[in-house]
Design a protein around this ligand. Structure first.
Ligand code: SAH
Length: 226
């Protein structure tokens, strides 16, 4: 898989995608993540990528031309399954969307900044718009890093125990059960006896019950879908 992330602040993406599970997946060649600096396609001697918005609203808007040229250059080299604009008014990211995107070959993630991007980019170049939730952050970079992370951790081989993504929250429509590690007792706080029983069947049924209980308590609306 290959993910190209288009940004005018590439520094924002340096760290979140170079460590831990995503960093390892890149090192092990499960995925290539290319940060594309929009400024290299900026216009004029100052390499401008944004301009004032028509109508006089406060805030700068990313211009069509640099984004158009960069996307065209990428498309000339390979075909892309989706050009995704990270946007607060897009469809809200879910495990189902990450699962679906983890099966694709080539993805472009486009990050807006300031006031957003020229609407014509969305109409003519973007194939899908994804939000990380009903709140606004300053740029599309952190949302793109979240989306990329949620996709990459699903690629076969990304997690050391491959089944562990399947037992994460939302994969089966339920929240995950609580987890514990050693010591079995700290400060008088005990790990539930069943987890120390060594009986896989009992443990599994306790975990299932906990998943269901926690979902009922914390996210009852998930049960309706399940
Ligand atoms: N004026 C826009 C917000 C712009 S925020 C509006 O009110 O809809 C600047 C950029 O940050 C956006 O272009 C988008 O790429 C990104 N962004 C902000 N919040 C986001 C969210 N919840 N999900 C995904 N991207 C978001």
């Amino acid at each position: 898989m290959r993910i190209d992330i288009i940004t005018c602040v590439p520094e924002l993406l340096d760290s979140p995608l170079s460590h831990s599970i995503v960093g390892r997946a890149i090192k092990n060649n499960l995925v290539e993540i290319h940060i594309q600096d929009l400024r290299e396609y900026g216009l004029g001697p100052r390499k401008n990528v944004d301009d004032y918005s028509y109508g006089g609203d406060a805030g700068m808007v990313l211009m069509v031309e640099p984004v158009y040229n960069l996307i065209n250059d990428l498309k000339a080299q390979r075909s892309y399954d989706e050009v995704i604009y990270m946007s607060p008014d897009g469809e809200i990211l879910s495990q189902a969307i990450s699962n679906e995107l983890s099966l694709k070959q080539n993805l472009i993630l486009l990050c807006g900044h300031y006031k957003g991007i020229d609407q014509r980019i969305r109409e003519h170049l973007v194939t899908r718009e994804i939000s990380i939730g009903d709140y606004v952050v300053s740029g599309g970079e952190i949302p793109a890093a979240i989306l990329a992370d949620s996709i990459v951790r699903l690629l076969p081989g990304a997690l050391s125990d491959e089944t562990s993504a399947l037992s994460d929250s939302f994969q089966d429509g339920l929240l995950s059960p609580p987890v514990y590690t050693r010591p079995a007792e700290f400060n008088g706080w005990k790990v539930p006896d069943v987890l120390l029983s060594g009986n896989p069947k009992l443990i599994k049924s306790w975990q299932d019950e906990q998943s269901l209980e926690r979902t009922k308590l914390l996210r009852p609306e998930l049960l309706k879908k399940f």
